[in-house]
Design a protein around this ligand. Structure first.
Ligand code: NAP
Length: 357
């Protein structure tokens, strides 16, 4: 307790106050050792409003949501920004760069940032150099990609002497997830609409299987010949199912199934199978490692995606603050753990926080 008196609170800015950013904000408001000092978003219904109102709280927080990144990051001595706007690094690069240029660390839920070396190696190199130049640390993480189909699998390989094949499957009932997620998996669309929207990239499906496979393979020093991402398939509802906000008629898309495979010397050595649809009866996360020894692990029911994402992001804050400057992925940072106490207790370089309140 004595210690907390002289350690100032971590100053956090939210960059993106959509579904995930809002849940993170609410969780941070409950946490000890951290202060939200700013919020950035471009959505018309959020800009210039008090963050408390945007979060649907009954009280004002005295923080206006702003679209002016420099004004928000320039005014306070911000320690870290939580970035939650989009899945694709081409879209988010300039946003993340604008944070880093202020010397502020970043944890982002941008799926492609979780392992940018496979899809966007040039941008990854640039971002790493920029972060080092401005003494900032950048991490892309979340529940998946970020944990269930990569970091967890990598950790489970630790007691293996040999590995021949890795398979992981995640099955979840999308009815319990946030609305933007239900939309991006096409829940409620007719099959024709689903296929058209997927083709026109109006809905994205799950982003990150390729990144997870590449992260696992690089960790094991496996040189994959290719990563095959199979076409996204709608899961068709056999009967009418619904979530709180989405109704799926029988014969329509309740969600989707996506598979990706890492191939080495004509063998499928990593297979990831992602299924998210409204009405899934058995929800689970399972990993099977064929090797010496064989490992089978099943989490049942599956980890809740939104709760898990919020926790992964917040629990990563101390890991990112503790890390040196540069772009990091989950495979380089220490094995994650929950930061359930005052978040300052997990910061190793306390000298940074010895001034102020
Ligand atoms: N890795 C994981 O496990 C994981 C888990 C959950 C979510 N995610 C990803 O995290 C991202 C956020 O998810 P979400 O459900 O919160 O999405 P969302 O509800 O659409 O929220 C995104 C927010 O960011 C705003 N925004 C967009 N571009 C911006 C910009 N240039 N500057 C400032 N604000 C901007 C959006 O405004 P507009 O509405 O006006 O565009 C919206 O308010 C998604 O890409 C999602 O796929 C990853």
């Amino acid at each position: 307790m004595e210690e907390e008196k002289y350690l100032r609170k971590l100053k956090v800015v939210l960059y993106g106050v959509g579904a995930v950013g809002s849940l993170i904000a609410k969780f941070l408001l409950e946490k000890k050792g951290v202060d939200i000092v700013g919020a950035i978003d471009i959505a018309k219904d959020k800009v210039d409003k008090d963050l408390g109102e945007v979060l649907g709280l009954k009280r004002k927080l005295g923080i206006k949501v702003s679209k002016d990144v420099d004004a928000v990051l320039g005014k306070a001595q911000v320690d870290i920004a939580i970035h939650t706007t989009s899945s694709f690094l081409k879209n988010t690069y300039s946003q993340i760069a604008s944070i880093v240029e202020h010397g502020v660390d970043v944890v982002s839920t941008c799926e492609e940032l979780s392992y940018p070396y496979c899809g966007e190696p040039e941008l990854a190199k640039e971002l790493d150099a920029l972060a080092k130049k401005h003494d900032a640390t950048v991490l892309g993480t979340g529940i998946n990609p970020g944990f269930l189909m990569d970091t967890l699998i990598i950790t489970l390989t630790a007691p293996c002497q040999k590995i021949y094949k890795i398979e992981a499957i995640r099955v979840m009932n999308a009815a319990t997830r946030r609305l933007p997620f239900q939309r991006k998996i096409g829940a409620g669309l007719t099959v024709e609409e689903f296929n058209r929207k997927m083709k026109d990239k109006e809905i994205t499906g799950h982003v990150g299987l390729e990144q997870s496979i590449a992260m696992i393979a690089d960790t094991l020093a496996w040189k994959l010949d290719k990563i095959i991402v199979e076409p996204v398939a709608p899961v068709i509802a056999k009967k009418k199912v619904r979530s709180e906000r989405v109704e799926v008629k029988a014969g329509c898309a309740a969600g989707l199934r996506q598979k990706a495979k890492g191939v080495m010397k004509d063998r499928e050595v990593i297979v990831l199978d992602f299924q998210a649809y409204i009405g899934a009866e058995e929800e689970y996360d399972a990993v099977t490692i064929k090797g010496i020894p064989n490992i089978k692990q099943k989490i049942s029911p599956c980890v809740h995606g939104d709760i898990g994402t919020i926790a992964m992001v917040v629990n990563s804050i101390p890991k990112v603050i503790n890390a040196p400057a540069g772009l990091f992925t989950m495979k380089e940072l220490p094995v994650p753990s929950a930061a359930i106490e005052d978040i300052r207790k997990y910061i190793s370089n306390q000298t940074v926080f010895q001034s102020g309140d």
